[in-house]
Design a protein around this ligand. Structure first.
Ligand code: BG6
Length: 495
């Protein structure tokens, strides 16, 4: 039976408290931790934003947000949680911002205070400077930076320098919420708590690795942000590269944050850079055109932009909503093993998977009987679990027939617990000061270095922007990327 480990009472200030992230993730996450007894009645949750709200309006907004989740939540507990909520109107970029007003709302008794940047990244530094001037960068303060941290290496460095001038590195928590997902954490356990895999986990036995994060949703009212980012900045720079690191890194000496982070950085630094002559054959970028989401018609990406951005700009947008990348990790363990990454909006289904495709046996003993190679499919979402495809003899007469069937370790069948949202876990780690699931400065910068190189090569090449119909597996060129290597994407049958 899972037990919640208590955390000490804390205060949290959410800059951008009325925004999308606060409503969809942070406030519901805090409410769930409250329901499980990890917050007490002295905790303070302060929304800080420019929105002209008073406390009552903020509480009303928070209630709507917390009850929007499909979980069954006891209404009776709401009043107790609502008592922890407070709100302050603040424009952190304004010289006259009410920092003292913020200070007086805090407990100021030495407990951990979390300053959560759920705003646009270009005001992170100014907000930190404000906190610094008001003397709020105390030793018990923790600064949380949401992704994206910058839009390239240069802007990421500026943010890191700026916030680093106010807060020490060991109090900066750079969030990638994928690291808080149960199944992503299970990746480390699977690799390092089983003797079975590690001896096989290299170019000796692995043919290639596929990492897919497919979404069936579109840009969902974030078109302004998304059109400036695209799939590479929004998903690859952080989530997919983190998954790649956890799949490929060497066993860390311990789970101490810096031991794990150092191993991940080594992977990022070993990623093969692109060159003008290689980017076209190793990457596909595409934008979705009109299609279907089941029975529902979906407009093309360019048409959805008309809703939120300047119509004149939209038809020329060259922002990718899908990307497929073949890369390699240039080190001893992985030499010659392709890693195929793929992510996109408005694809056929929502599923995230890591597929480890093993090599075939060295000698085909069962000649005439078709036999596949072993495959390990780690399903991150939905239907979380692990499937290890084995070859077995199909029973019965009619000659020797071999069938590939999975050993199926389904989370749902084995554990009847509620999986906390990634943010719930990460927020509690922040209170505890545990940095293991957060990115260090150099990790973010190493990821940007590789991504900048990819984007620069796209810019310099005449690589086409392909299209795919909404509701499909992406453009045909993505299948061709694999086909050229005699491989195919593993398509699980999720709906
Ligand atoms: C966010 C991206 O970081 O991750 C979104 O900005 C994306 O565009 C989301 O939809 C996906 O997260 P999840 O947890 O739903 O897989």
């Amino acid at each position: 039976m899972a037990e919640f480990i208590p955390v000490e009472p804390f205060d949290i200030v959410i800059f951008g408290g009325t925004g999308d992230l606060s409503r969809r993730k942070l406030l519901p996450a805090l409410f769930h931790r409250f329901l499980d007894g990890q917050l007490d009645h002295t905790n303070k949750i302060i929304g800080a934003a420019r929105t002209n709200f008073d406390r009552k309006a903020f509480v009303k907004m928070a209630k709507k947000a917390c009850f929007a989740t499909p979980d069954e939540i006891p209404e009776s507990k709401w009043a107790e949680f609502a008592a922890l909520l407070d709100y302050i109107i603040m424009d952190a970029t304004d010289k006259t911002a009410n920092w003292n007003g913020l200070k007086t709302r805090l407990n100021q008794d030495g407990r951990p205070v979390i300053y959560y940047m759920a705003t646009t990244p270009h005001i992170y530094v100014q907000t930190c400077q404000g906190l610094g001037k008001a003397g709020l960068n105390t030793p018990n303060a923790r600064l949380v930076l949401e992704k994206p941290i910058g839009t390239d290496l240069t802007s990421a460095r500026l943010i890191n320098d700026g916030v680093g001038a106010v807060f020490p590195e060991n109090s900066i928590f750079r969030i990638d919420h994928y690291l808080g997902k149960e199944t992503v954490q299970n990746l480390m356990v699977l690799r390092f708590a089983n003797t079975l895999f590690e001896p096989l986990w290299s170019h000796h036995y692995i043919d290639h690795v596929q990492i897919t994060v497919a979404e069936n949703i579109g840009v969902e009212g974030r078109a302004g942000y998304y059109d400036r980012s695209g799939a590479v900045r929004d998903m690859v720079q952080n989530h997919l590269l983190q998954l790649l690191c956890l799949t490929a890194m060497e066993p860390p000496n311990s789970l101490i944050a810096d031991e794990v982070r150092t191993e991940k950085i080594k992977v990022l630094k070993a990623l093969k850079a692109f060159a003008p002559g290689t980017v076209k054959s190793n990457t596909v970028r595409a934008q979705y055109s009109a299609g279907m989401d089941g029975e529902i018609p979906v407009r093309a990406y360019l048409d959805t932009l008309l809703d939120t951005t300047n119509a004149d700009d939209t038809k020329s947008s060259r922002t990718e909503t899908f990307v497929a990348i073949k890369t390699e990790i240039k080190n001893w363990r992985w030499a010659g093993v392709p890693f195929y990454l793929r992510t996109g909006k408005r694809m056929a289904s929502r599923h995230s998977e890591i597929v480890i495709q093993f090599k075939p046996t060295p000698h085909p003993l069962f000649e005439g009987a078709y036999s596949e190679a072993n495959r390990l499919v780690i399903r991150l979402q939905p239907d979380e679990g692990v499937k290890l495809y084995m070859q077995i003899k199909e029973p019965g007469p009619g000659g020797l027939r071999i069938k590939s069937l999975p050993l199926n370790l389904s989370y749902a069948e084995n554990f009847s617990v509620r999986y906390p949202d990634a943010y719930e876990r990460l927020l509690m780690d922040i209170v505890r000061g545990n940095l293991a699931l957060f990115m260090r400065r150099d990790e973010v910068e190493a990821a940007w270095t590789w991504v900048d190189n990819l984007l620069a090569n796209w810019e310099d090449s005449d690589q086409a922007m392909e299209t795919y119909a909404a509701g499909t597996q992406g453009p045909v060129q993505s299948a061709m990327l694999m086909d050229r290597d005699g491989r195919t994407w593993w398509e699980s049958n999720y709906k």
